[in-house]
Ligand binder design. Structure first.
Ligand code: 13P
Length: 248
């Protein structure tokens, strides 16, 4: 059985007020809640870990450099993230891929760096709108998954987040049939390559997940949870998504 996971990606948002809201969220989780991970910006990691300690909420980073240290101004290394007490990190988000020219090889290297630092990599893949409309959508996503994921992926060290780029921050989501078809394909690719471990790797859906559509999305067998952007910034929006996941 794969444990359900609700992950929140704060992106470049967050301050002391939002950390206080995180404290409220941490205090209101019951024992039966799914796993919850919040990924705040790097400067807030230490405080976020502190605020959520002894709670059901874990903390993750949003990106890591492939190297462990060195002359890389502005970058954050995976061991630094681990040192804050965070235990996971997002890699390959489409905003990193597009704004920082990160290709699959870079994402693969970052994933290896995350593993080496004992962080679970939340590895993002997903097609553009043009690729969704075209005839090769599933093949394109499969190729991205294959090229971005290093050998040695397990249910412990890797979570895949399928995030169609055109659905991020737009309020648009794929149809349930498209989500099912894509997640089933990702599951098949993971088990083909990683055997039994491939069946243990969680696959999250991300892109405009809201309280109003979460329950429908979580119906899909191979949707093990969500990676949530905008709706993770308010406890009153994120909590119903956690609840929908718990009930699914
Ligand atoms: P939104 O939920 O704001 O669409 O963002 C999704 C996302 O990019 C999470 O990583």
């Amino acid at each position: 059985m794969r444990r359900k996971l609700a992950a929140g990606n704060w992106k470049m948002n967050g301050d002391s007020a939002l950390l206080a809201e995180l404290g409220t969220l941490a205090n209101s989780q019951g024992d039966s809640a799914p796993q919850i991970i919040i990924c705040p910006p790097a400067p807030l990691l230490t405080r976020a870990v502190d605020i959520t300690k002894d709670s059901a909420i874990g903390i993750g980073g949003q990106d890591c450099h492939p190297n462990t240290s060195g002359a890389h101004t502005g970058d954050v290394a995976a061991p630094m993230i681990h040192d804050t007490g965070a235990r996971s990190v997002i890699v390959g988000h489409s905003e990193r891929r597009s704004a920082h020219q990160e290709n699959d090889a870079v994402v693969r290297a970052k994933t290896k760096a995350a593993w080496a630092a004992d962080l679970t990599a939340i590895l993002c893949i997903g097609e553009s709108e043009e690729e969704r409309i075209g005839p090769d959508t599933l093949a394109i996503i499969a190729a991205q998954l294959d090229a971005s994921t290093p050998n040695g992926a397990t249910g412990d060290n890797t979570v895949i987040a399928y995030e169609p780029i055109w659905a991020i921050g737009t309020g648009r989501v794929p149809t349930l049939e498209q989500i099912i078809e894509t997640h089933d394909m990702i599951r098949a690719e993971l088990t083909k390559r990683f055997g039994d471990e491939g069946d243990k790797i969680r696959i999250l859906y991300g892109g405009s997940v809201k309280p109003g559509n979460a329950a429908e999305i979580f119906q899909a067998e191979n949707v093990d949870g969500a990676l949530v952007g905008g709706a993770s910034l308010k406890a009153e929006d994120f909590q119903p998504i956690i609840d929908a996941l718990a009930a699914s």
